[in-house]
Design a protein. Structure first.
Ligand code: PGA
Length: 241
């Protein structure tokens, strides 16, 4: 049933890129043309500085555009921060909130919930990241940690995406077993209901994406390293249709 949800393949560029990456969406479109991916959503989340620059090329390529974080307030004295409204006006459709790299830098479930709610207020779709550390998994606490993070981080309004990203799998080449991914995704499904897309993230590559994307409650992927190259991103996206 959950597989009826439209898959979402999202690239999180993190703090990578330069002005000439503006054509990457067109490069992606040449590798995997829009006509062949009508049942799939593809999203690029560049550094916020490049949102405006990429807004035309992502549209032309039939892709969505997202930011990597936002502030909870619409405006105010918050040096160095960007509001969801600003990201929206720069062309974003989505915003990632609560990525483990931001949780490590101070985000809590409470602040993630406030950011996800701010995204909804501005008309963006939040992608709410959750995931356990290696120590938490070793202790047998992975499920408990993820459930608590979800309970504390969801916005009050509907229409959001969840990304399950085990912290120890991000950028390490390590991936949980398919059984472990399925167990967590099934638990998240039970918690958030049928209409929510649940992405897996953490060392997704063209070589492992097929098996991961075939899991029942996996509705797409949040991709770091392999999302910087359009060749690998398009190979992964092809495995999602
Ligand atoms: P990775 O990053 O694919 O490089 O492991 C995933 C993420 O941080 O979203």
């Amino acid at each position: 049933m959950a597989k009826a949800l439209r898959p979402l393949i999202a690239a999180n560029w993190k703090m990578n890129g330069s002005p000439d990456w503006v054509d990457k969406p067109l490069e992606f479109d040449a590798l995997f043309p829009q006509g062949q991916r009508k049942s799939l959503d593809v999203l690029i989340c560049p550094p916020a500085l490049y949102l405006q620059r990429l807004s035309d090329t992502t549209r032309q390529a039939g892709m969505y555009l997202g930011a990597q974080d936002c502030h909870k307030a619409a405006s105010g004295a918050h040096t160095g921060c960007l509001s969801a409204e600003m990201l929206m006006s720069a062309g974003a459709d989505y915003v990632i909130v609560g990525h483990s790299e931001c949780r490590a830098a101070g985000d809590t479930n409470k602040s993630v919930k406030a950011k996800a709610s701010a995204a909804k207020r501005a008309g963006l779709i939040p992608i709410i990241c959750v995931g356990e550390t290696e120590a938490q998994r070793d202790k047998g606490d992975a499920l408990k940690v993820v459930k608590t993070q979800i309970k504390g981080s969801l916005p009050t309004l509907a229409d959001y995406v969840i990304a399950y990203e085990p912290v120890w799998a991000i950028g390490t080449g390590k991936v949980p077993t398919l059984k472990d991914i399925a167990e967590i995704h099934d638990a998240i499904r039970a918690q958030v209901g049928d209409g929510v897309r649940i992405l897996y993230g953490g060392s997704v590559k063209p070589t492992n994406a097929k098996d991961i994307l075939a899991i029942e409650n996996v509705n797409g992927a949040l991709i770091g390293g392999a999302g910087l190259e359009m060749k690998s991103l398009s190979e992964i996206a092809r495995l999602a249709v």
